[in-house]
Design a binder for this molecule. Structure first.
Ligand code: ADP
Length: 834
């Protein structure tokens, strides 16, 4: 625990501020870039427009000049005028002619833009002029005249101003030659003085669209200067007067002279920034310049930009406000949380005070020197000291002396881990010792380390633990050492413990069992019942569950266990364990079932023997009665011979019958006592069977049954080694039975060879044997229906004798039968060819 007394101040939200600044800068930069792009585009566009205007103007001026020169040509070719003029030059006193010529000159000035028309003789002297007051030839023109006269060429002079003629003008000089004669000498010259203010200047200055600052002008290079030729829009009366050095930087006129045709970055004669286009006019040393103030070009953009600027400012203001709002909200939240924390803190302090005072545990604050700095009421009560006594007391005083050696070690653990829990002994003021559980923690208060120690008197718990331990130990002993098999499972039926007896019984060791539930070793037949019963046990429907069930041992063998299961619950009644006690009752169960079998066998034997005795007595009594009866009759004197013979026959037959019964009984007695011997001898099987067949022929007739023999070996190969007497006895027995139980139909008997065996069959179409009896007919004395069989006679011994003989001969005997349809007896014997 760290107690921080510093007050928390809301930290400046630098990330938000920086974000705001970044957004603002980005927005401003975007605005500037946009403005510059727009500006550039606008200026370039304007410059192109100016360039078009320049071209137009140049075209107009060139056209005007050509017209003027054309005019001059036309006048020079005008024969009437020329003759008139030449006439007048010859006769200057001819007033009529003079008047006539003046009329012509006047009409020239009237209908064209010529201000003055002068007639000069070939020496260049003015002979006539209109209007009269302006009749001088200026310094500019004079030097040109001889050349013009010489070349006979119409000349349009440059714009000029002379000392004699104060206004700016141009002169159209037309040499007059009389083309009607062969003489081509120049008779005189017609000088037409053009006032540019009339047509030329307006033509230059006119602008296709209204504009505050647009202007087109003409300039000319004059030595190292630029001379402005026309009147300027922004500077009046400057034509041919305004000059600028050719070296003036960014002056459109200077640029024009240097061959530049367009600029968006120039300063005009006023020094005002302008966009300009310029071009040389062909045929004259003039340059045409069209220009417009940049301010005018950019004014619309600036208006637009003002809007953009307002929007940007509004955007920045809004985002500034939003950021401010955000920061303010965070600050409010921060202080609110702080306030709530402080409230919580206060509550916590109160809470701790309360705990400290009324806690049921001893609470001590101990300094580095192990002196008690603070102790709660419980501590005072437990240790029996007053507050004054205990405060400042060393910890060693309340520790039991025998625990002091461990003190340093325990403190070291607390120091290392910052907190630790351990048990020790403390002593009260009266010297009594008690067990205590200590939970100690290092706390930091104003930079110093203390031990905050909470102690609990665990005397009672200790003794309870002791008791529990003892009882657990007792239980463990009983459990472990019990001769009874015991196993404990948890709530989930998983094995928790198993004692040695159980392990011995089941074959698994305890470790193996711990990964099992009871289902792993319970026979599947009992699992469902066990589960239901355990649930009933949980639901307290039954107090205890007892069952006898089968267990499957580790080696797979099955054992029986008498099992009693009880439930162990905790104080709250929650199920903790199931305790099962198992007694191995396998041998008891086995003895019991063997007893039952033996009993059943004995009962069956009894029943059979009774039936046998009953039967035998009948079988014996019948021939015996016959023998006794007819023997007595033989004594009669008056017996006829045939009668006597008949009686002797009856006695003989009855004796034979009696003998056969006794033979049967002797045979079975021999079989049972193991005295039957097998005599392997050679026998001719086919012959023996054929003679047996013959013995039955008379019975065949009696019974209305046909007997057929089939032999499986050719006669020459039918000599075999076996006990022929027994084979014949068996077959004769079976055929006798078939005859006994077959009213009509046929009896087939014979044999086939099957590998190392001979398989004999006796098949009849008699009454058959029903399903429930068929398994028992080989039992001794067994007859399907004792009562019913009486009509057929017999002892129930024949088949058991046959079966015993077959087995002695190395074979096996089977029967198949269907009630009412017939019976097939099959038996095999070893086939040993002789
Ligand atoms: P028994 O001397 O009574 O004939 P056996 O042991 O030879 O005694 O026969 C047992 C019983 O099996 C007979 O009582 C009879 O019910 C039945 N049995 C034997 N052979 C036949 C057969 N071929 N057809 C029907 N039942 C037969």
């Amino acid at each position: 625990m760290r107690m921080d007394s510093k007050r928390q101040i809301y930290p400046t939200q630098w990330p938000l501020v920086i974000l705001f600044i970044l957004i603002s800068i980005s927005v401003i930069l975007a605005g500037i870039i946009y403005y510059n792009n727009q500006k550039q585009a606008l200026l370039n566009e304007k410059q192109l427009e100016l360039s078009a205007i320049t071209d137009l103007k140049i075209k107009q001026i060139t056209q005007w000049r050509l017209e003027r020169i054309g005019d001059g040509g036309f006048l020079g070719e005008n024969l009437i005028l020329v003759s008139k003029l030449s006439e007048f030059v010859k006769n200057p006193g001819d007033k009529v002619l003079r008047y006539d010529i003046l009329q012509s000159l006047e009409s020239l000035t009237e209908y064209f833009d010529y201000k003055t028309a002068l007639l000069l003789d070939h020496d260049g002297k003015v002979r006539l002029s209109f209007p009269g007051q302006d009749s001088l030839i200026g310094d500019h023109l004079k030097p040109l005249l001889p050349g013009i006269i010489k070349k006979h060429e119409v000349v349009l002079t440059d714009l000029h101003r002379t000392s004699m003629i104060s206004f700016v003008h141009l002169d159209l000089i037309v040499p007059l030659v009389d083309h009607s004669s062969n003489d081509t000498t120049v008779l005189g010259l017609l000088a037409l003085r053009i006032d540019p203010q009339k047509i030329l200047y307006p033509m230059i200055q006119s602008w296709p669209t209204p504009s505050k600052s647009a202007e087109s002008l003409l300039v000319r290079k004059d030595g190292t200067d630029i001379v402005y030729l026309n009147e300027l829009r922004h500077l009046k009366n400057t034509e041919l007067l305004l000059r600028k050095p050719i070296s003036t930087q960014k002056l459109p006129a200077a640029m024009a002279v240097a061959g530049v045709t367009g600029t968006i970055d120039a300063y005009d004669y006023r020094g005002v920034p302008v966009v300009a286009a310029m071009k040389k006019i062909p045929g004259v040393p003039w340059f045409m310049i069209a220009k417009i103030d940049r301010d005018e070009v950019l004014s619309s953009l600036n208006k637009q930009m003002t809007m953009v600027l307002i929007i940007l400012v509004l955007f920045i203001l809004t985002s500034g406000l939003s950021f401010g709002f955000l920061i303010r909200n965070q600050r409010v939240r921060f202080y609110r949380e702080k306030y709530e924390n402080e409230l919580d803190h206060l509550a916590l302090v109160k809470h701790f005070d309360y705990i400290l005072k009324f806690a049921n545990d001893i609470i001590l604050l101990i300094d580095r020197n192990l002196n008690i700095v603070e102790a709660n009421d419980k501590a005072l009560e437990t240790y029996m000291y007053t507050r004054n006594e205990i405060i400042g007391m060393n910890l060693s005083k309340i520790r039991a002396p025998e625990t002091l050696p461990r003190l340093q070690e325990q403190l070291k653990i607390v120091d290392e881990r910052e907190s630790a829990t351990f048990e020790t002994l403390h002593q009260r003021k009266d010297g009594s010792i008690f067990a205590i559980e200590i939970s100690s923690r290092v706390v930091n208060i104003e930079g110093s380390r203390y031990y905050q120690t909470i102690g609990r008197d665990i005397t009672e718990r200790k003794s309870a633990e002791e008791t529990l331990k003892e009882s657990e130990e007792k239980f463990r002993k009983i459990f472990e050492e019990s001769p009874f098999c015991m196993v404990m499972t948890g709530k989930d039926f998983g094995i928790v413990r198993a004692n040695q007896s159980f392990c011995n019984m089941i074959g698994y060791n305890e470790e193996e069992l711990k990964s099992f539930t009871f289902k792993n070793f319970t026979h599947p037949d009992h699992v469902a019942n066990d589960e239901i019963s355990l649930l009933r046990l949980i639901a307290q429907e039954i107090p205890i569950y007892h069952t006898e069930k089968r267990y499957i041992r580790k080696d797979g063998s099955v054992i029986w266990g008498s099992t009693t299961i009880s439930i162990i619950r905790d104080n709250r009644g929650e199920v903790q364990f199931f305790l099962a006690m198992v007694e191995d009752i396998t041998s008891r169960k086995k003895a019991h079932s063997e007893l039952i079998v033996a009993k059943e066998r004995a009962e069956e034997g009894d029943r059979l023997k009774t039936a046998f005795l009953h039967n035998v007595s009948h079988e014996i009594r019948t021939p015996m009665n016959a023998i006794i009866g007819f023997s007595t009759l033989l004594k009669e004197q008056d017996l006829s011979e045939p009668e006597r013979n008949q009686f002797v026959d009856i006695i003989f037959q009855s004796s034979n019958q009696l003998l056969s019964i006794i033979n049967d009984i002797v045979d079975i007695a021999n079989v049972e006592s193991g005295q039957v011997r097998i005599n392997f001898r050679e026998m001719n099987l086919n012959e023996a069977l054929r003679s047996l067949n013959e013995q039955f022929i008379y019975r065949e007739r009696e019974n209305n049954v046909q007997i057929n023999l089939t032999t499986g070996l050719p006669d020459e190969k039918s000599i075999i080694r076996t006990d022929g007497t027994k084979v014949i006895q068996i077959l004769s027995n079976l055929i006798n039975n078939s005859l006994k139980f077959t009213k009509e139909g046929q009896i087939d008997f014979g044999y086939t060879v099957k590998n190392d065996f001979l398989e004999f069959t006796v098949k009849d179409t008699g009454i058959g044997i029903s399903h429930e009896h068929i398994e028992k007919i080989f039992n001794r004395f067994y007859q399907v229906d004792v009562a019913g069989s009486r009509q057929y006679g017999g002892t129930g011994l024949g088949l058991s004798i046959c079966k015993a003989y077959v087995e002695l001969l190395g074979g096996d005997m089977k029967v198949e039968s269907e009630s009412g349809k017939g019976t097939i007896f099959t038996f095999t014997i070893l086939y040993v060819p002789a």
